[in-house]
Ligand binder design. Structure first.
Ligand code: NAP
Length: 485
């Protein structure tokens, strides 16, 4: 299929109560290709009333969903897994067109997204309880798990499908209905996935999708309505804090996957080849637009020059261009604002004394590209030491002792992931225990895995997605006290 055929074939409407429908007022918004700035299509611009209709459909479908068997829910997820793989080429092209990432990475994301379906298809079958004798006798405890209920799911643009399946799969596995709102920049991948759920026979109203330009205006009435029981959000810490306040009103269960500021620490005893490879993965996956992206790279002073040269050579060789072109490794950033932010962060670091080892600018021409960049000697007062860069920029800072590395790494309000490269086992364990983050990559530059608990501490969030714990986010524990005199 051509690019346009792939775009035209994806749904462009709201999915409410089992039907694809226009926004009530007929409004639409544009979706653009970040590699060219060209408009790909128009998508329904849902209103607050559309959002409430979607939530009411989820509420109405909740009893049927809760009564479905674990085997049935597992089968829906596996059928969706199969269809994602059958259609992976078209879906990857669709994702690259709306989001920008190179085709190979888009395929990688769809595979990753599908693994949440397979993982939670298994977890659906393992929801368990307990039976216990009261310590003083005279009673028994029956402990069981039930679906939390209708859930609101909000996802960002950087992983347009995986951030959605990471929520929808455990919600279905647990027997929860949902309304998902994808980011306005990248609605098409999620709408295509929701259509797959329709095809595999997920009950009417069990999954609904609302796209909107005014995310806050549409979501707030749903959150405050008292009809939803849960909000699962992936996005910025700033928006996460607003949503936590709104959720307090009706005491919604919350899962918050928020921003990061990952330290990447290379000790003098590290395997430098592996550390450079790991840094490229941790930095350049998704053009640096990942919450897990290495944001601060601390390298021991005795190896920093060697490490910087090797990293700069490899990053400087990476091919930049539209993600649809064969061989491209670095696509455009999501939009003009993202490009401007990276430009200003690099300019700020350079004005404070950092030097450019490679890159350091946005290339001329269409699209929101930025060259893979390595900066040496980035001072700790540079803005990029505390702000998420969300671009292909690797800032290097030297350290001399293990204690200094740990202190610098933990000197942030974020705590999603940290990376450590060392061949010293004692040091590796000391660092893994001392780092204030929900996840640590030891001698590896990617930690995401659907079978592992993903999530952060401090202002990086609340709760975990994936792993055997991921389904717990959508389950309530109920205790039944039974008299047995
Ligand atoms: P964002 O601005 O917070 O947006 C995330 C989602 O929230 C989008 O769907 C957005 O809709 C919606 N939204 C924005 N304002 C809202 C409001 N007032 N009420 C309800 N929903 C609202 O974040 P982003 O720029 O898309 O994504 C990048 C951020 O996500 C980064 O900070 C990154 O670290 C984080 N992230 C975290 C994880 C993780 O697992 N921890 C994973 C990926 C990304 P619209 O886009 O339509 O406005």
């Amino acid at each position: 299929m051509t690019d346009q055929q792939v775009v035209d074939q994806a749904p462009h409407q709201l999915f409410i109560d089992g039907e694809w429908v226009d926004a009530e007022n007929g409004a639409t918004f544009e979706v653009r290709d970040p590699a060219t700035g060209r408009v790909l299509c128009e998508v329904a611009d849902g209103s607050p009333a559309d959002g409430m209709r979607a939530l009411e459909a989820a509420v109405a479908a909740q009893p049927e969903m809760a009564a479905s068997t674990p085997r049935q829910r597992s089968d829906w997820l596996m059928a969706a897994y199969d269809l994602l793989h059958e259609r992976i080429d078209d879906l990857a092209l669709l994702m690259t067109l709306e989001m920008g990432k190179p085709l190979a990475e888009a395929k990688g994301e769809i595979t990753y997204a599908s693994e949440f379906l397979r993982h939670f298809a298994g977890e659906a079958l393992r929801i368990s309880g307990d039976y216990q004798v009261a310590p003083a006798g005279g009673a028994r405890f029956l402990i069981t798990r039930q679906p939390v209920g209708p859930s609101l799911l909000i996802t960002p643009w950087n992983f347009p499908m995986a951030m959605g399946t990471r929520k929808i799969a455990p919600a279905i596995a647990a027997g929860c209905t949902s309304v998902i709102k994808p980011a306005h920049q990248t609605p098409l991948s999620m709408l295509a996935f929701v259509d797959i759920l329709r095809e595999v026979g997920v009950p009417v109203g069990a999954v609904n999708a609302v796209t909107a330009m005014d995310a806050g205006g549409v979501m707030e009435p749903m959150i405050r309505s008292g009809l939803a029981r849960k909000l699962s959000f992936t996005g910025s810490t700033k928006v996460g804090k607003i949503l936590l306040e709104q959720c307090a009103d009706k005491v919604l269960r919350t899962s918050m996957e928020l921003g990061g500021n990952a330290p990447f620490i290379v000790f003098d005893d590290a395997d430098l080849d592996a550390a450079v490879e790991g840094a490229i993965l941790a930095k350049m996956r998704n053009m640096g637009e990942a919450c897990t992206a290495a944001n601060r790279i601390y390298v021991h002073e005795s190896v920093i020059e060697e490490f910087g040269d090797r990293l700069a050579r490899k990053m400087g060789e990476m091919r930049v261009g539209p993600g649809t072109e064969e061989g491209v490794q670095v696509g455009p950033l999501i939009d003009e604002a993202a490009q401007e932010k990276v430009v200003s962060l690099v300019d700020d670091a350079v004005s404070r004394g950092a030097s450019v080892l490679t890159g350091g600018s946005a290339p001329d021409g269409d699209g929101y590209f930025y060259l893979p960049t390595v900066l040496a000697g980035v001072p700790t007062d540079a803005r990029m030491a505390t702000e998420e860069i969300f671009g292909p920029v690797a800032p290097l800072t030297p350290f001399s002792t293990e204690e200094e590395a740990l202190t610098k790494a933990n000197d942030t309000e974020f705590g999603l992931v940290s990376y450590v490269y060392t061949t010293n086992l004692d040091r590796a364990l000391r660092m893994a225990e001392g780092l204030e983050s929900g996840m640590v990559g030891l001698n590896q530059g990617v930690v995401s895995n659907p079978a592992a608990p993903f999530g952060g501490v401090k202002e990086s969030g609340l709760g975990r997605e994936g792993g055997s714990i991921g389904i717990e986010e959508f389950l309530e524990v109920k205790y039944v006290g039974i008299a047995l005199p």
